[in-house]
Ligand binder design. Structure first.
Ligand code: UN1
Length: 478
């Protein structure tokens, strides 16, 4: 019998209905049956988080440190097993799955440390004899809604700071990848969290997510996912006057200038556009290349693409795993057709690949002769599809890079300090990468974008405190 994994509500594992978690590399492989929460389950979880909020908010920093520290250690010890589970349910390669698991451990480790470093300010008042103290307090109940493409890292970088700063949590992972989410909740629960502090409600966005959006008892929601859902989170949150933090799409440019190191530029493009099957909001989906290097860059990238192996995410030597599911594959293929209709040249791939097992395999698609106004260069595809846009010079490349409704990450490959500096200062993206891929970020520094990509304070690193705490200013005359 397939193993069953339940939701965690008020410290109790419970579920009446279940949904199969299917491996995208082999759709005959059922990873497990995962609890599918009802609206009543979600409301019970929210009530539990609310009831636990006062005590956890006043818990000692050493208690929070200890839980986060233990979780970091266990995740690291089990990195091979958890990384394999991640690859099996999401479809990124085993190396990527293990790498992401290590990253999750590092995030818990970082916030274990932050719990011991909580600090405020003491400032003299402008009125003599009065002192002012500025402290950070928990926000209360935090709703966490995460996407399928980083099944362990994104939950980690939302749950760890939420708990570190004394908040209780209602966590709804993406319906497609409950396995990694269940594993970290189990780890945190056994690490000693009091009942109700962390609640797991796996299930549908339209049921569980909606119950969270509609609840007046959730004080803040942090969300990573699509622009459309992000807008719904925003509208519902404004209605309840609650804090919200959104990480949404990207259409990230990688600019390659004539003076770039060709091998490194091609490596940045290959990694940024196609690794993790292109399913990253930081993916380099627009490759903006100046005239003098364009043909050499395209030829070398096609050569490298020809050497990539596509197959079972856990297979040896595989560079690119399957797309996450049928509907994402349909979307990717429809954009391959759209690109051709728009007049771009399909220079590589874009077709379905068959393997030994039934899975959602697609050869990465590279378009050339693109113009920036094409739909394939403006809309987020979220798959292994990238377009090359030729630019006359750096100035044009910069203008094209910024000509998008998104602003998450932007990269440039150049050996010129002057151009790199100019790009860092004039890119409209929240994260700028010089001679490194647009995707693949550090765990201890702020993450986030501008324009349509992000809303609210940054995630990760010390900047996470902005979202997960409320500032109190106290005046004392004594
Ligand atoms: C990364 O590129 O290392 O959903 C992280 C996403 C982003 C995370 C990207 N929030 O793809």
């Amino acid at each position: 019998m397939t193993e069953q994994f339940k939701n965690l509500i008020n410290g109790e594992w419970k579920a009446e209905t279940f949904k199969a978690n299917i491996n995208p590399s082999d759709t005959n492989d059922v990873i497990g049956e995962y609890g599918h929460a009802t609206e009543a389950d979600a409301l019970e979880a929210i009530a539990a988080a609310k009831a636990a909020s006062e005590d956890w908010g006043k818990s000692g920093i050493l208690q929070r440190h200890a839980v986060l520290r233990k979780a970091a250690d266990e995740i690291l010890e089990r990195k091979e097993e958890l990384g394999a589970l991640l690859s099996r349910e999401e479809g990124k390669t085993l190396a990527e799955g293990i790498g992401e698991t290590i990253r999750a451990s590092q995030v818990f480790d970082f916030f274990a440390g932050e719990a011991l470093r909580l600090a405020g300010d003491t400032i003299p008042s402008v009125r003599p004899g009065i002192g002012v103290e500025i402290t950070r307090e928990p926000v209360g109940v935090v709703g966490i809604i995460t996407p399928w493409n980083f099944p362990i890292a994104i939950p980690a970088w939302k749950i760890a700071p939420a708990l570190c700063y004394g908040n209780t949590v209602v966590f709804k992972p993406a319906d497609l990848v409950p396995g990694s989410a269940w594993a970290i909740v189990d780890i945190l629960h056994r690490a000693g969290l009091p009942d109700g502090v962390l609640n797991l409600v796996m299930g549908k966005g339209s049921v569980v997510g909606q119950a969270m959006l509609d609840s007046p008892d959730i004080n803040a929601i942090t969300f990573t996912g699509s622009v459309g859902t992000g807008q719904r989170v925003a509208a519902a949150s404004v209605k309840h006057m609650r804090k919200f933090q959104l990480e949404m799409g990207g259409k990230n440019p990688l600019v390659v200038l004539d003076d770039a190191d060709l091998e490194n530029a091609v490596e940045c493009a290959l990694n940024g556009a196609f690794y993790s099957t292109g399913q990253r909001c930081t993916a380099s989906s627009r490759l903006i290349v100046t005239e003098g290097i364009h043909d050499r860059f395209v030829a070398r990238l096609i050569e490298r693409l020809g050497e990539t192996s596509i197959g079972d995410a856990r297979g040896e030597g595989v560079h690119i795993g399957p797309v996450v599911d049928q509907s994402q594959l349909d979307q990717d293929l429809s954009y391959v057709a759209i690109g051709q209709e728009e007049g771009a040249t399909l220079a590589f791939g874009g077709d379905v690949v068959s393997a030994n097992t039934p899975g959602f395999y697609m050869r990465p698609a590279l378009f050339t002769d693109c113009t920036n106004d094409m739909r394939i260069c403006q809309e987020e595809i979220f798959g292994p599809v990238a377009g090359v846009i030729k630019a006359k010079d750096y100035d044009e490349a910069l203008a094209l890079a910024n000509d998008t409704e998104f602003g998450l990450s932007a990269g440039i490959c150049t050996e010129s300090l002057k151009r790199a500096t100019h790009f860092k200062r004039n890119s409209k993206a929240g994260m700028v990468m010089v001679n490194v891929p647009t995707a693949g970020v550090d765990f201890h520094v702020p993450f986030g974008g501008s324009k349509g990509s992000s809303f609210g304070p940054r995630e990760q690193g010390r900047y996470a405190a902005e979202f997960f705490t409320t500032v109190k200013t106290a005046y004392t005359a004594a």
